[in-house]
Design a protein around this ligand. Structure first.
Ligand code: PSU
Ligand code: MN
Length: 305
């Protein structure tokens, strides 16, 4: 694993760093928008006084803190793959190039000493998981990695209720950011409730410090809804989702390809409006993630023992 130059220096100096996932870059957005969004994301984080560390794998090298030219390589790499944590060893051995999922990014961020990580939406329990067993590796990763993850809830293409149950079972702390309505990625409210809420980056930092002091093993998910004036209109969302789920069924697609397929279908059905919402979601999470990272760096935690 290689740390980007700016990232290594920032960590050594105790400056705030925010890890960013790259599946949005490799699989979430079409070229050339993907690269524009990645570059804009880095600028946004920097403008808040925080060093961005986008995580990805280039020709088998795991990088935490891709440079501008490296982001460009990743965004345009033919045959780029989607890498969860378990995929990393063989990706390294075979020289693969790919974006990292929440599970892989959380793992690598933690290993690099980065406490906060921003993404769009988490993976979780897929619809029909009772028979397919398709549950994202994001879930067990969050159970065992002590990172703050800022996300707009879980992707609405999933079984949100089941995912919330699994997060509870796995002992993952979940707090709504200024809301008890669990966000639904494209929409501010998934229709499901989240029991705990936090009001500020300071409170998130305090919760993370408490988790460290209490020796809890897992992540703290900050569920940050997209602003209502930027969400996909709920009726449009529901119609697009129904269409996407029917198409998935008809195409018989499963496994790792299910999420990218569903998101693409939602995009087709909404004439790219969902794409703009996806970007708004990501921006909103980067902003909050950077503020939390700044707060944690201002008063760092010394692990007990
Ligand atoms: N954005 C996309 N496609 C994706 C993802 C994000 O456009 O596939 C990723 C996220 O990185 C998340 C992962 O961690 O999907 C979950 O996928 P799976 O259910 O295969 O674990
Ligand atoms: Mn899966």
């Amino acid at each position: 694993m290689r740390l980007g130059a700016g990232v290594a220096a920032a960590l050594a100096a105790g400056h705030p760093v925010l890890a960013c996932e790259s599946t949005i870059l490799t699989h979430g957005l079409p070229a050339p928008r993907n690269l524009a969004v990645a570059a804009e994301a880095e600028d946004l984080v920097r403008s808040l006084g925080v060093v961005p560390a986008t995580v990805g794998v280039l020709d088998g090298e795991v990088v935490v803190g891709l440079s501008g030219p490296e982001l460009e390589r990743l965004a345009g790499a033919p045959g780029r793959v989607k890498l969860s944590a378990r995929d990393l060893p063989v990706a390294v051995a075979t020289g693969a190039t790919g974006g990292t999922t929440v599970a892989a990014t959380a793992h690598l961020a933690h290993r690099a000493g980065i406490a906060v990580f921003a993404t769009g939406g988490l993976g979780g329990v897929h619809r029909g998981a009772a028979t397919t067993f398709d549950e994202s590796a994001d879930l067990p990763a969050l159970a065992s990695l002590p990172v703050v993850v800022v996300s707009a809830g879980v992707k609405s293409v999933l079984d949100v209720a089941a995912t919330l149950e699994r997060l509870e079972t796995l002992g993952v702390s979940v707090a709504g950011y200024r809301t008890h309505a669990f966000p639904g990625f494209y929409v501010a409210d998934s229709g499901h409730r989240v029991g705990q809420r936090v009001e500020s980056p300071q409170q998130v930092a305090a919760a993370w410090r408490a988790a460290r002091a209490l020796g809890l093993p897992g992540a703290l998910v900050v569920a940050n809804p997209v602003p209502r004036d930027e969400q996909l209109p709920p009726a449009e969302h529901d119609a697009a989702l129904a269409d996407a789920l029917a198409a998935l069924d008809a195409a018989g697609i499963g496994g790792q390809d299910a999420t990218p397929f569903l998101l693409q279908r939602v995009r087709d059905a909404t004439g790219d409006r969902s794409l703009e919402v996806n970007v708004a979601v990501y921006r909103n999470n980067l902003t909050l993630g950077a503020r939390i990272a700044a707060e944690l760096a201002a008063d760092p935690v010394t692990p007990p023992g």
